[in-house]
Design a protein around this ligand. Structure first.
Ligand SMILES: Cc1cc2nc3c(=O)[nH]c(=O)nc-3n(C[C@H](O)[C@H](O)[C@H](O)COP(=O)(O)O)c2cc1C
Length: 170
């Protein structure tokens, strides 16, 4: 499928079926995260995979938004590794941007494999740290549940509410 069509067809899946994500699919999505561009190529991304029933149950205690996906990636960055070179007091480090690009790569790779996914920002970071032993320098940015959309899964209305180019072009 052409990339221009892929980005039109992708939508946030909020109901997943039970079909597992295969090892090959998982590897392809992780590879898309591995090769993503990052500031100075410092590659601060750290990715955790949740797929065992135990981990998924522990994850559900941290976020209400897994939507039944059989697998979820947690994309983080290492604040001790990301670029901190922006001049001036505005420097917050490149980690959030780096991890967001990584997550976008992974989300679009999932779509290219015919899988559904959803970017989740609603999670309890402290609970994640506690449940999965995540140290302070590792900062969770996005949760990405992935799987096969459940039968009848449809985009939410929000998906269709895109601003016109004239509203965003400044
Ligand atoms: C940074 C970010 C955080 C998001 N967090 C959530 C979330 O916590 N829960 C949820 O259901 N959707 C979440 N979404 C999905 C958005 O609501 C969705 O992408 C948007 O409404 C556009 O719809 P579409 O992805 O179907 O095109 C998030 C998306 C982004 C980019």
């Amino acid at each position: 499928m052409p990339f221009s069509q892929l980005i039109l067809d992708r939508y946030s899946v909020r109901a997943f079926g039970p079909a597992p994500v295969s090892a090959e699919q998982k590897a392809a999505i992780l590879e898309a995260g591995r090769v993503a561009p990052t500031a100075c190529n410092y590659q601060p991304q750290k990715i955790r995979v949740f797929e065992t029933p135990e981990d998924l149950a522990k994850l559900d205690a941290c976020s209400p938004c897994r939507y039944g996906a059989p697998l979820a990636f947690l994309v983080c960055y290492d604040n001790a590794v990301c670029w901190h070179g922006q001049p001036g007091p505005a420097d917050i480090g490149s980690g959030q941007v780096d991890a967001s690009i990584v997550t976008t790569h992974m989300m679009l790779q999932a779509a290219d494999l015919g899988l559904g996914s959803i970017w989740i920002g609603m999670f309890d970071t402290e609970k994640l740290r506690e449940n999965f032993n995540i140290p302070e320098n590792i900062v969770p940015v996005a949760l990405l549940p992935v799987g096969t959309p459940a039968e009848g899964s449809e985009p939410f209305a929000m998906h269709f509410q895109r601003k016109e180019l004239s509203e965003i072009l400044v």
